[in-house]
Design a protein around this ligand. Structure first.
Ligand code: UDP
Length: 477
């Protein structure tokens, strides 16, 4: 076949249905599409509007597979981890995604793409693709640093030989001395055996797939790119920060949520603030705080006396201090309920710092915007990312949470005074340390943006990946 179509690489993206996994993979699809690759995203009906909105004007095809929410005992239309009403139902959600194997298999045998990009939480997609001799690129949604820490802990099992009374340990065999509290390491066998099973399968896929696609950039974690490829011994391409592909205001506002007009209110509000004065507070899509904790955050933010945008995703009431709404309106606080246009906010010149749960996407998005952080991790890789931000990159102030706690379980209460102190250090003070933190954050922001420009490290790795896929295709024809 000598037609143009016959020479165009075709890639199918199958993202896991949770914002922290879906948004970066959609950004990746946009990057491939911008290189002339014929891209198709598979998703489910209730996710279609948000997917289409995030893809904005890009010519990426979206195909739908039905989601078996009823068969898995989930409420109608519950097709995204973000909309699962209680943590007890999360295993049902993961079970439902496993039921997508059959419709995925049917669609794939019709599409027969040159490559499938899929998520660690959908490991069976590898086996379906392998049966059709289609190479798979695996997406973890983590950075190299976390992947190396997970690998080291699995390889050396440092907790096994740790004396009972020891609270912390140094993660063995890494380029830096990284010390973690024992209580920050997730024991999935105890808390989520269903997830452990999926992760074991993902590890097997990691060893057998074509390679990993990573949302990161070389200059952010060079020692860990090297460590991963040399010590862990797998192939991986760093293509990020992928969120930087959303260059104009419309794309930034539409990412993740096409139906909200919140962005205009937030923008108008930010316009009235001086450069670098605002702290942005957001804990991603999966964190949950007790009403007592929300109350302390409210007081801490007020006491820090700097303007803030605080995203509260929970519907519960009853946590707000008496007269708070009126008080903070006067003092320069804005609460966004539900979903905020995060990358639009982070990149506004009024924003000078980010209080984050250290989700990997938020970490990279904050780095790309050149911001220093207050780190407040909750679970999963977030404690590892905190170590990268604070110990390696030296752009963060720790809130000081020692233990990981399962979602919706009572966590150690961080008092308002601690929150106030961390924010004051972040935005205003911190003396020479504070200035150095800001300077390093700005330098990293510049490096992040350079990485995705022509000739930058991520741009070159994207070229390499596309050439590899094209070569593989040519040798097959
Ligand atoms: N996000 C957003 N608005 C919100 C909350 C989250 O746009 O109100 C986006 C954020 O920009 C990021 C993703 O959702 O791209 C969250 O991913 P992350 O890895 O930071 O955290 P997770 O939600 O997976 O814990």
């Amino acid at each position: 076949m000598a037609t143009q179509e016959a020479h165009t690489l075709r890639v199918v993206f199958f993202p896991f249905m949770a914002p922290g996994h879906m948004l970066p993979m959609l950004d990746m699809a946009k990057l491939f599409s911008a290189r002339g690759v014929n891209c198709t995203v598979l998703t489910t009906p209730a996710n279609a509007a948000s997917v289409r909105s995030s893809l904005s004007r890009d010519s990426v095809e979206v195909l739908l597979v039905p989601f078996p929410f009823a068969a898995a005992g989930l409420p109608d239309g519950c097709e995204n981890l973000y909309s699962v009403p209680s943590p007890e139902l999360e295993p049902n959600f993961f079970r439902a995604t496993g039921m997508l194997r059959e419709p995925f298999s049917q669609l794939l045998s019709e599409l027969l793409p040159d490559c499938v990009v899929t998520d660690m939480f959908l490991p069976w997609a590898y086996h379906v693709s392998a049966e059709l001799d289609i190479p798979v690129l695996l997406f973890y949604g983590l950075g190299f640093f976390s992947l190396c820490l997970y690998d080291s802990i699995a390889r050396h099992d440092p907790l096994k030989s740790l004396p009972e009374e020891a609270e912390s340990f140094v993660v063995p065999g890494l380029p830096h001395k990284i010390e973690m509290f024992k209580s920050q390491i997730e024991n999935l066998a105890e808390v989520r055996p269903d997830l452990l099973d999926i992760i074991i399968q993902a590890k097997e896929v990691e060893a057998r797939c074509y390679g990993l696609v990573m949302n990161t950039f070389y200059q952010l974690e060079p020692e860990y790119v090297k460590h991963y490829t040399e010590v862990v011994g797998r192939r991986a391409w760093h293509l990020g920060p992928v969120s930087l592909c959303n260059s104009d205001m419309g794309e930034k506002a539409a990412r993740g949520n096409g139906v909200s007009n919140e962005h205009q209110n937030v923008l108008n509000w930010l316009e009235s603030k001086s450069p670098g004065s605002v702290v942005y507070v957001c804990f991603g899509s999966g964190c949950h705080f007790s009403t007592a904790q929300l109350y302390e955050i409210a007081l801490g933010l007020e006491a820090a006396e700097c303007p803030f945008v605080w995203v509260v995703r929970q519907d519960e009431e009853g946590w707000m201090p008496e007269g708070y709404d009126e008080r903070i309106q006067g003092k320069g606080g804005l609460i966004v309920r539900g979903w905020a246009p995060q990358i639009l906010i982070l990149n506004h010149e009024a924003v000078g710092g980010f209080v984050t749960h250290c989700g990997w996407n938020s970490t990279l998005e904050g780095v790309s915007a050149g911001l220093p952080f207050v780190t407040w991790p909750q679970f999963a890789d977030q404690f590892f990312n905190e170590r990268l931000i604070v110990d390696v990159l030296k752009i963060g102030v720790e809130i000081g949470v020692k233990s990981l706690v399962a979602k919706h379980k009572e966590k150690e209460l961080v008092k308002a005074a601690k929150i106030e102190a961390a924010i004051r250090k972040l935005i205003g003070g911190g003396g020479e340390d504070g200035e150095a933190r800001k300077r390093r954050a700005e330098e990293l922001g510049t490096m992040a943006r350079k990485a995705v420009e022509d000739g930058g490290s991520s741009c070159v790795d994207m070229d390499n990946l596309i050439h590899d896929l094209e070569d593989r295709r040519t040798t097959k024809l």
